[in-house]
Ligand binder design. Structure first.
Ligand SMILES: Cc1cc2nc3c(=O)[nH]c(=O)nc-3n(C[C@H](O)[C@H](O)[C@H](O)COP(=O)(O)OP(=O)(O)OC[C@H]3O[C@@H](n4cnc5c(N)ncnc54)[C@H](O)[C@@H]3O)c2cc1C
Length: 497
C-alpha cells in the first residue's frame, strides 16, 4: 500500500458530506481515479443542516452549478446573516451580518470610527452601516459586489436549503461525472493485518467494495474512523454546553426572510430557517438542564407555522477526531467532529476538508507528512471556529437560568479569553491567519452581546468632528439608497420561472 498508486477512492455515506465530497472529487479527479460511493437508504441521513455561510457560493461555482437551478432544486433561499435574539438580554437582538460594515480603512477598522462617533453622541447603531443587515431587515436582495459607483463592499451571501435535496442535486451531478453509487449497508470492514489499513467494505448483500483510500462520511457513527481505525475523539463539552437537538419542519408563515433566526431560550437556543416550501426549526439544548419533554414543549410552542412532522431528537457530542485522517481513512462531515449548528459551520467544514483532501491527495502511497499536515490544518480550523461559537455563550447577559449562569461563569480556552479581554479594553480584535471569521464578525457578536470596548484606535482621531459626521452620514445615505434599489428577496428567488 505504501507505494501503490491511489486509484480507487471509496466514499462511505451519501449525506451532504458524502455527496459534496463525491461531486468535488469527480469534478477535479474524475479522469484520474475511480470514485465509488456506498450509502444505505435504510439507515438514511441525519436530515438537518440547512443554513450555510458565504463560501458555499464559491463551492457551487467551482463545481459549475447554475445558481437559479440550484435554488429551485433545493427549495433554497438567500441568507444574509444570522439574527441572534435574546442572547444578550431577553428581547434584545442583533445580527451577525455577512460581509463588511462601513468602509475599509488601512490599519484601523471602521468600527473604531463608529465607536468614536458614538462617544461623541451619535446614536446610530453599528448595523446602520451594514448593507447586509439593512437589506435583510427590508427583505431585499441583489448579488452586488460593491455599492454602485464606490469601492464600498456589496452584498455577501449564503443559502438556506433543504439538505436532502442538495445531496440529491449533487448526486445527479456526481453520477453524471462518473461516480459509481452502490446501495447497501456496510456490515463489516476488512483491514490489512500488518498495516491496519482498510482494504474493503463488506455489504449486507455480500458485495465487497475494495479501495485504496476511504473517505468516511458515515455521520455520527464514524464507521471507519472510529470503529475501524479507532481515531480518538476529543470532546469540547466543557465549553459547549448543549448536547442535544430536536428538529421539526413547519409550514411557511408569511415572507421568506433572508436570514437565519437564532433565538436564545432558557436552556439552549432555537433556530428558524426559512425555505421556499417550509421552515426548518430546531432547538439545541443541554440535557443536564432540560429533559426532552421540556424541550419539546418549548419548541412546539414557538413554531412560526403548523408542525409538519413529529419532532425528532438528535443527540450529539461536540468535539473532533484527534486525527481526522488516520491510516487510509479520511473522515469528513459528522464523522470527523461536530461543533453544534450555531454559526452554520458544518457544511462549510465539509467543503474545506474536501478541498484540503484534494490539495493533499496522495499519489504514490500515503505519506505520513501529508497526513500530518492535513490533520494539523483541520485541528486549527476547528479550534478557531470553536472559540467563536463559545464566545456567544460566554458573553451572554442573561441571568435567568442555571444554564446561562453556568455559561457566563465557565472558564473558556485561553485563546478566546485573550480575545475578549483585548477587545473589552482596547476595541482591538485580530483575525488569526486563515481564521474563518473576520474581525467584523467578532466585533458584531461582542458588541451585540454587550461587550463594549473602553477605547478606540487612535487613528480614528485623525478625522475632525465634522469629517467624522460627514463620513457617517454619507455611508448611511449610500447604504439606504442602495437597499432601496434592490428587488424583494422573493422576486430574486422566483425570477426567470
Ligand atoms: C441538529 C443539527 C443541526 C445542524 N444544522 C446545520 C446547519 O444549519 N448548517 C450546517 O452547515 N450544518 C448543520 N448541521 C450539520 C449537517 O447536518 C451535517 O454536517 C451534514 O448534514 C453532513 O452530514 P453527514 O453527511 O456527515 O452525515 P449524515 O447525513 O448522517 O450521512 C451519513 C451517511 O452515511 C450512511 N451510512 C451510515 N452508516 C452506514 C452503513 N453502515 N452502511 C452504509 N451507509 C451508511 C448513511 O446512510 C448516510 O448516507 C447540523 C447538524 C445537526 C445535528
Amino acid at each position: 500500500m505504501q507505494n501503490t498508486t491511489i486509484k480507487n477512492l471509496v466514499i462511505l455515506g451519501g449525506g451532504t458530506a458524502g455527496w459534496m465530497t463525491a461531486a468535488l472529487m469527480a469534478k477535479v479527479l474524475g479522469k484520474v481515479i475511480n470514485i465509488t460511493l456506498v450509502e444505505s437508504e435504510q439507515i438514511g441521513t441525519v436530515g438537518v443542516g440547512e443554513a450555510t455561510i458565504p463560501p458555499i457560493v464559491s463551492f457551487n461555482q467551482a463545481l459549475g452549478l447554475e445558481e437559479k437551478e440550484f435554488l429551485r432544486a433545493t427549495s433554497g433561499s438567500i441568507k444574509l446573516g444570522i439574527q441572534f435574539e435574546s442572547w444578550s438580554r431577553e428581547g434584545e437582538r442583533y445580527m451577525h451580518a455577512f460581509g463588511g460594515i462601513g468602509k475599509n480603512f488601512p490599519f484601523c477598522d471602521f468600527y473604531n470610527y463608529w465607536l468614536r462617533a458614538r462617544a461623541a453622541g451619535d446614536t446610530a447603531s453599528f448595523w446602520d452601516y451594514s448593507l447586509n443587515y439593512q437589506a435583510a431587515m427590508q427583505n431585499k436582495f441583489a448579488p452586488i459586489k460593491n455599492i454602485p459607483n464606490t469601492n464600498l463592499p456589496g452584498i455577501s451571501y449564503a443559502y438556506h436549503f433543504d439538505a436532502g435535496l442538495y445531496a440529491q442535486f449533487l448526486r445527479r451531478f456526481a453520477e453524471a461525472k462518473g461516480v459509481k453509487r452502490i446501495e447497501g449497508k456496510v456490515c463489516d470492514v476488512r483491514r490489512n493485518s500488518d498495516s491496519g489499513f482498510v482494504e474493503s467494505l463488506l455489504l449486507d448483500s455480500g458485495q465487497v467494495v475494495e479501495g485504496d483510500l476511504f473517505v468516511d462520511c458515515s455521520g455520527f457513527v464514524g464507521l471507519l474512523i472510529d470503529k475501524a481505525v479507532a481515531s480518538e475523539y476529543d470532546q469540547w463539552d466543557q465549553w459547549l454546553p448543549c448536547d442535544r437537538a430536536m428538529a421539526v419542519p413547519s409550514a411557511s408563515a408569511g415572507e421568506i426572510v433572508p436570514y437565519t433566526r437564532s433565538i436564545a431560550r432558557a436552556c439552549g437556543w432555537q433556530w428558524q430557517i426559512p425555505l421556499q416550501h417550509r421552515t426548518g426549526n430546531g432547538l439545541v439544548y443541554s440535557s443536564r438542564h432540560w429533559s426532552d419533554e421540556q424541550a419539546r414543549k418549548v419548541l412546539l410552542a414557538n413554531l412560526p407555522g403548523e408542525a409538519l412532522a413529529e419532532p425528532r431528537v438528535i443527540p450529539f457530542r461536540t468535539g473532533h477526531r484527534r486525527q481526522q485522517w488516520c491510516k487510509n481513512v479520511v473522515s469528513l462531515g459528522l464523522a470527523s467532529g461536530f461543533l453544534e449548528p450555531l454559526e452554520s459551520t458544518s457544511i462549510h467544514l465539509v467543503q474545506t476538508a474536501a478541498t484540503r483532501l484534494l490539495k493533499c491527495f496522495p499519489h504514490r502511497g500515503i505519506r505520513g507528512e501529508e497526513v500530518a499536515e492535513f490533520n494539523r490544518q483541520s485541528r486549527l480550523e476547528m479550534e478557531r471556529i470553536r472559540d467563536f461559537i463559545i464566545l456567544h455563550y460566554k458573553v451572554n447577559q442573561r441571568r435567568d437560568s442555571d444554564f446561562w449562569r453556568h455559561c457566563e461563569e465557565m472558564a473558556v480556552p485561553d485563546s478566546l479569553q485573550a480575545k475578549i479581554d483585548l477587545f473589552r479594553s482596547s476595541g482591538k480584535v485580530f483575525r488569526d491567519y486563515d481564521d474563518l471569521f473576520t474581525e467584523v464578525a467578532w466585533q458584531q457578536v461582542m458588541l451585540g452581546q454587550g461587550v463594549v470596548p473602553q477605547d478606540h484606535h487612535v487613528i480614528a482621531d485623525g478625522l475632525s468632528e465634522g469629517q467624522l459626521r460627514d463620513l457617517m452620514q454619507s455611508l448611511k445615505t449610500l447604504i439606504r439608497g442602495t437597499v432601496k434599489q434592490m428587488p424583494p428577496h422573493r422576486a430574486f428567488l422566483t425570477a426567470g420561472r
